[in-house]
Design a binder for this molecule. Sequence first.
Ligand code: PLP
Length: 383
Amino acid sequence: MIERTYLDWNATAPLRPQAREAMVAALDALGNPSSVHAEGRAARRLIDEARRRVAALVGAEPADVVFTSGGTEANATALCPTTGTDVLLVSAIEHPSVLAGGRFPAENVASVPVGPDGVLDLGALERQLGAVEQGARRAVVSLMHANNETGIVQPIAAAAALVHAAGGLLHVDAVQTAGRIPCDIKALGADLLSVSAHKLGGPKGVGALVRCSATVDWPAPLIKGGGQERGTRAGTENVAGIAGFGAAAAARDLAAEGRRLATLRGRLEGGLKGAFPRTVVFGEAAERLPNTTLFSLPGVKAETAVIGLDLAGVAVSSGAACSSGKVAASHVLAAMSVPGPLARGAVRVSLGYTTQEADIERFLAAWRTLAETLFKEQRGMAA
Ligand code: PLP
């Protein structure tokens, strides 16, 4: 079997050993966390500890964390009209779980553009908020902290100031940033924030919706039933998953890891351009997550590249992993006005804490072989 190189961390990150250990131990926790007996209290303690750790990761109080089945459910829960909020503004580059609009009727959802640099157009946001205010309405605004395809970090604190000046509420999808770059709910100015365990080395199928303080009301529950999660999310808790989430949230040194990944990414992009100077790196001039590169080489289609690299033992993705399987141009690159043929070649390489220089070299070697073979075939067909 050929050695595998995993460079698709924005799709999902490998389980951290600490998370596995915590989960295996929690699988033997017998009690239902809602039960008052000793077994129930032991399971409850595991959840409480994880709640403290997830809260610390994003600078919140434990009481302001509600566990969900992942980022998608956290987003869907957050996007809820409440008394006085009847308009939803979302940026054009949001994850599909936000673009779906949550519980807002489609006619009350509007899109805020980004510039060709992939950064939210703050002027447009201000104008759209002004129009909402003029109509004596109030907006919920949902913005991602960093984009899952390009890694471009959004000006959340500046957007928060505009949203709050217009009397609105800000939800931030921090699924790609929590555990990767500083992500403090108060520094960002977010009212609500979504996180997901599997992007930071926890298990798949667990996430959290976090609020900045008790001054922000929880949205109405999406899943109604028992009183778990203080009535905000019914259902017996996924104790092992939550314990794994907590362990993964606690295990990191953001600054050192960020610097290391930025160096590896620099080597990756330098290698891509050195081999093929026509390579385009999307969002290169903007602030990006240190682990993410989205690039295109004219003449190479993303589907061909992803399959070819997979056969060579390298796992990457084309655009968003959540939409892989569909050969549709990325809505993120369309929003950045990237021409169709260039967008259809977009390959995303995303790194993480186990990535080493040897992985980058293996990727570059596989990429060179693949692109040269494709170009040779194209020349043969043209001859
Ligand atoms: N938001 C962003 C920015 C994402 O990248 C993803 C997953 O790719 C999600 C939300 C959904 O999270 P989950 O997979 O936990 O449902």
